[in-house]
Design a protein around this ligand. Structure first.
Ligand code: HAM
Length: 413
């Protein structure tokens, strides 16, 4: 065992109950999306690097520091996806989904993505997301609020008590005025701030608001607020979104410093949290993107979407891992054909069963049954089939021909 190979830092092996927990979260989220009339999409795990540079933005940490880039193959530069939105928008353009008479385009997705971050609780290098993107020629309040409601209800259905953090970063007109205000505010202070903020001041001053360095945060807290720079139309839209959320009993707080870590956002931006697990960071985030479809070569369509961090949902749900194993254990040291037939029938009848390794003795099998919550242990004794009901501590005996009776017993008929 000297030469074992470990998984890369920041990745996970999800085994048994953990993998089951992952699957059941995805299944529940898929069901909520279907309830909202949303279609599934599966996109590649790697794309041309320029998709993410153009899509996610060259002033973001995600693109400048955190991508897993694949050495050129066939003259292409490829990158493992650091998120889904750029890929889903690329697929919507490439497959001309925008030409459908039935807009908006409404898609949901899930899978792992890759960011070279410093691993810690709730932060991985190959995390998993579940999310949606809604894309339309005229992205209206119905679509915007439906996307947000879906995020809220999907997390609630998982048993989480979600709360939104909201901000409105507005149209390009609002943001131009705000950008100027930020530049005036930060320029005299920038020498005291980190190297990243110095670069951000030149490339995208809004991103300074997302700096995680404590000393910088003290300067940031008194920075101008976007709310004071929104044009009238933006202000009205934000008020209407909040009025709809209020009417639907969606809980939220406004956070005027919320800007998100990706460049494509315009309009509404939001993150979702659970009060008891703030240390994990946001369970999910999203927002509106007016320019992304065009930036990626598509028509002038706008979109809204969000992604939930499935790993953080798993940590938040923190369920005692319910041990759910097979219902029936069949001890078959001699590889007896009757027992194979019985196992096949049980499985056809929807009763999960398995045979442990042939070396297992009855005593060991009963201990396995206890550990794995198995309901019945079956073994052959001479010509008889014996069935132990573990919880009732009873034993039943059957002739080999009596498979139907065994099935009835196990099905509780
Ligand atoms: P994001 O905020 O970068 O947004 O990621 C969304 C969520 O994914 C986060 O709130 C977090 O729960 C989870 N997440 C991100 N990075 C990690 C990590 N390293 N480890 C564990 N969990 C992580 C986006 O990715 C956007 N594409 C969301 C979006 C969709 N906007 C519009 N449409």
């Amino acid at each position: 065992m000297a030469n074992i190979i470990n998984k890369p830092r920041g990745t996970q092996d999800l085994i048994g109950p953990k993998a089951r927990n992952y699957n059941s979260i995805i299944e529940s989220l898929n069901q909520t999306a279907e309830l909202y009339g949303v279609q599934p999409i599966i996109v590649p795990m790697f794309e041309e690097s320029r998709l993410f540079k153009r899509g996610v933005g060259e002033s973001t940490d995600i693109v400048t520091k955190e991508t897993f880039d694949l050495a050129g193959k066939g003259g292409h530069e490829y990158t493992l996806r650091p998120e889904f939105t750029a890929g889903v928008v690329r697929a919507s353009i490439e497959n001309k989904l925008y030409a459908s008479p039935d807009l908006p385009i409404r898609l949901y997705y899930s899978g792992s993505f890759f960011r070279y971050e410093r691993p810690q609780t709730g932060r991985f290098r190959e995390p998993h997301q579940w999310g949606i993107e809604f894309i339309d020629q005229n992205l209206d309040l119905n679509t915007i609020t439906d996307a947000m409601l879906l995020m809220y209800e999907a997390t609630k259905s998982l048993g989480i008590k979600p709360i939104f953090k909201l901000n409105y970063i507005g149209s390009s007109e609002s943001r131009a005025a705000y950008r100027e205000a930020l530049v005036s505010y930060f320029t005299p202070k920038i020498e005291e701030m980190c190297e990243d903020c110095k670069t951000r001041l030149k490339t995208n001053p809004l991103r300074i608001l997302d700096c995680k360095i404590e000393d910088d945060k003290k300067i940031i807290k008194d920075a101008p607020r976007i709310g004071d720079y929104l044009v009238e139309e933006d202000r009205e839209k934000f008020d209407k979104i909040k009025a709809i959320l209020d009417a639907l009993d969606v809980e939220y707080i406004e956070d005027p410093l919320l800007v998100r870590g990706l460049d494509y956002y315009t309009g509404i931006v939001f993150e979702i949290y659970e009060g008891d697990h703030l240390n994990l960071g946001a369970l999910g985030g999203g927002g509106q993107y007016d320019g992304l479809v065009k930036t990626l070569g598509g028509p002038e369509f706008a979109g809204i979407g969000f992604s939930l961090g499935v790993d953080r949902l798993m940590l938040t749900l923190d369920k005692p891992e319910t041990i759910k194993g097979p219902r029936v254990l069949i001890l078959n040291p001699e590889s007896d054909i009757t027992l194979f037939k019985l196992q096949s029938r049980l499985r056809k009848e929807g009763q999960s069963s398995f045979m442990p390794s042939a070396s297992k003795a009855l005593g060991g099998a009963l201990k396995t049954a206890d550990r794995q919550n198995i309901a019945y242990v079956i073994f052959k004794d001479g010509d008889l089939l014996k069935v132990k009901d573990i919880s009732k501590r009873e034993q039943h005996e059957y002739k080999e021909e009596a498979i139907d009776e065994i099935i009835s017993l196990i099905k509780g008929e």
